[in-house]
Design a protein around this ligand. Structure first.
Ligand code: ATP
Length: 319
């Protein structure tokens, strides 16, 4: 293969730029032409495609967001537009694509793959919700962002003797809440994978209060089946402790990527370029037990993420 494209799609994640840089530079280093496609599948359909040179991806390794920008494309969900996208790629002579994004972006990639384009998925999403890989690019940065927030909230919560519920992202995956809650010493962690036990949560807060604890930090994933405001009211009523909520929202998506995310992005996107160079079948690149892996793309999109229940129990014990 001598011409490949790279795009970012779905929600942005810190480390996407590091992945673009790696795909472009690894591709060029093997003698391929690498094209940057702007605004994901939407930009592909609009023909927003330009040849990338080595220097185009200079000074981006440390930047959050994505220089190619990203989008969600309604029309690309339809077969006729997927065929149009394959035709556009064909016009440019592009036979392989590096798709940096989450589950939906990979499904889009799988659709293109069925139309004859080789597609390598690189896991770019803060949610860590892909079943075939231990980690996704952006997750570590998001966890660290929430951690620094928890540490700030701890100070002010103690000063006012309050309880604070921090609602974090992750859609239906509780990994950001679990990891940030464990590392931040939260009093309780609520995740969508485990039915919330509100009475036990209230008892925990009261017990903390009785033992002289000045603050209570509860980390709650957005996908939990009880609203954050509703939970705040219940908690305040049942514990008698003033309870506030903090929703950092998109702050979790931004910022400079951590070293771990930059390395994961560099390794997975380089592997994607190498597999395309070797004309391999479409794959999703990931990491398992510290080793870079490449799982057939169609299989990867069907794999459900297994929740680490053991880690969750341990976090409960230590809090
Ligand atoms: P994140 O997890 O950060 O939200 P994502 O990749 O899952 O990222 P989505 O909005 O689900 O984000 O998907 C991005 C784009 O991929 C969609 O806008 C659409 O164009 C395409 N896409 C999603 N699902 C499919 C599908 N089943 N078939 C074809 N294309 C799809």
């Amino acid at each position: 293969m001598d011409k490949i494209g790279v795009l970012t799609s779905g929600g942005d994640a810190p480390g996407m730029n590091a992945a673009i840089r790696a795909a472009v530079r690894r591709g060029i280093s093997m003698g391929m032409d690498v094209y940057g496609i702007e605004r994901g599948y939407e930009g592909l359909l609009d023909g927003e495609i330009k040849k990338m040179e080595w220097y185009h991806v200079g000074d981006i390794l440390q930047r959050g967001g994505t220089i190619l920008r990203t989008a969600r494309s309604e029309r690309f969900m339809k077969r006729e537009w997927q065929e149009k996208a394959a035709d556009i790629l064909d016009t440019f002579g592009i036979k392989g694509l590096v798709v940096i994004g989450g589950d939906g972006s990979f499904r889009g990639g799988a659709a293109l793959s069925r139309l004859g384009i080789r597609v390598m998925g690189v896991p770019g999403t803060i949610d860590n919700d892909l079943g075939y890989t231990d980690r996704t690019i952006g997750f570590d940065t998001a966890v660290n962002t929430v951690l620094s927030l928890i540490s700030n909230i701890r100070d002010t919560s103690s000063a006012h003797e309050r309880a604070t519920i921090v609602e974090v992202m992750g859609r239906n995956c509780g990994d950001i809440a679990l990891h940030a809650g464990l590392a931040g010493g939260a009093d309780a962690i609520l995740v969508p994978e485990e039915e919330p036990d509100i009475n036990s949560l209230c008892r925990r807060v009261i017990k903390g209060q009785q033992s002289g604890k000045l603050h209570s930090i509860i980390v709650k994933a957005e996908g939990v089946n009880i609203g954050t405001e509703q939970l705040r009211k219940i908690l305040q009523e049942k514990t008698g402790r003033e309870t506030r909520t903090v929703v950092p929202g998109y702050i979790q998506r931004g910022g400079t990527p951590t070293g771990a995310d930059r390395i994961l992005a560099s390794l997975t996107a380089s592997r994607a370029a190498e597999l395309l160079y070797n004309d391999e079948d479409s794959r999703a690149i990931g990491i398992a037990g510290g080793i870079i892996t490449a799982c057939p793309l169609e299989e990867a999109v069907e794999m459900k993420r297994a929740f680490d229940a053991e880690l969750y129990r341990m976090a409960q014990v230590l809090s």
